[in-house]
Design a protein around this ligand. Structure first.
Ligand SMILES: C[S@@+](CC[C@H](N)C(=O)[O-])C[C@H]1O[C@@H](n2cnc3c(N)ncnc32)[C@H](O)[C@@H]1O
Length: 281
């Protein structure tokens, strides 16, 4: 007699990397941000970008699509994720783009590619995996060694009063029939260690639980600025999102993010924020 087979759910059949790329990453915005800041600070446009903690190398691939002169080096310790990126991002971009993306299955603390980069980036707070100040400084020193004399290092950081709390937030991902859920399960104010997860919920009621888990130290902007300067960077700029009245909903009392970021030295605390940090060689 045939055994009844349970029907697979949407969560069973979904690919967590595709969901992550659609809900978390914004390559178009970030690559424009890198090019615009580089042009403002240095003049001209960068060509060789190194993407640390590159995962599926989406940014590296999009970087090489932007300009036929662009090249990228993606660095990640997880060969499986790099392989996923080769199949789903790099190969589909075509031979010319693929020939300009180099992937290194290495530790960002040790990697030293032959060619120095114009830009190194470490996005989505990945460096928060380093919980000790001396290790984070060692990472920043290694980035500096891998940058040209007019290079720039880009990082991002999340913060705000809500990030020091236990919270769960969800967001519909447009047109894609799933919900992105960000859970902060624990925050320890003694050492600022934070445990977070990404889950995905689907229209059939299924959930991909703990698709990604992050065990981080939530660094602060003053700490990062100090450690970057101690590591040898010459200047550090903090870019903060501008807020404006909600044009779509004038009744709304809250200001909404405009997507424009400006270099600032003083802001008011918010419940949550995402800042970009740019460090100059
Ligand atoms: C949060 S994902 C970041 C993915 C992508 N960069 C982004 O912006 O969304 C973190 C990645 O860092 C990688 N990773 C963790 N520790 C690393 C290390 N010491 N050196 C290189 N990669 C590392 C993991 O394998 C994982 O793919």
């Amino acid at each position: 007699m045939k055994k009844p087979r349970s029907k697979s759910t949407m969560a069973d059949t979904a690919d967590k990397h595709i969901l992550y790329q659609k809900s978390v990453q914004s390559p178009e915005f970030e690559l424009d941000f890198f090019r615009d800041r580089y042009n403002e600070i240095r003049g001209g446009f960068p060509q060789l970008m190194r993407e640390d903690f590159c995962g599926s190398a989406l940014l590296s691939t999009e970087w090489c699509k932007l300009d036929p002169k662009n090249k990228a080096i993606g660095v990640d310790v997880c060969q499986d994720t790099l392989n996923w990126g080769i199949e789903h991002n790099i190969k589909p971009a075509g031979e010319d783009v693929a020939s300009r993306v180099q992937l290194l299955n290495e530790d960002v603390l040790k990697v030293l590619p032959q060619e120095k980069a114009d830009v190194v980036c470490a996005m989505n707070f990945s460096y928060c995996i380093f919980k000790k100040r001396d290790i984070l400084k060692r990472y920043f020193e290694n980035v500096l060694k891998g940058l040209n004399s007019d290079g720039l290092f880009f990082l991002d950081l999340l913060g705000g009063t809500e990030t020091m709390d236990v919270v769960e937030e969800d967001r519909d991902v447009d047109d894609d029939n799933f919900v992105y859920v960000w859970e902060q399960e624990k925050f320890n104010p003694i050492n600022n260690h934070i445990l977070c997860h990404i889950h995905f919920d689907f229209a059939d009621g299924s959930r991909m639980e703990n698709a990604f888990t992050y065990n981080w130290r939530l660094w602060s902007l003053p700490e990062l600025q100090e450690i970057l300067l101690e590591a040898g960077f010459s200047h550090v700029h903090i870019y903060w999102e501008e807020f404006a009245e909600d044009e779509d909903d004038p009744e709304n009392d809250y200001l909404v993010g405009t997507g424009n970021y400006r270099a600032v030295t003083q802001v008011d605390q918010q419940e949550s924020w995402l800042a970009y940090i740019v460090a100059e060689v």
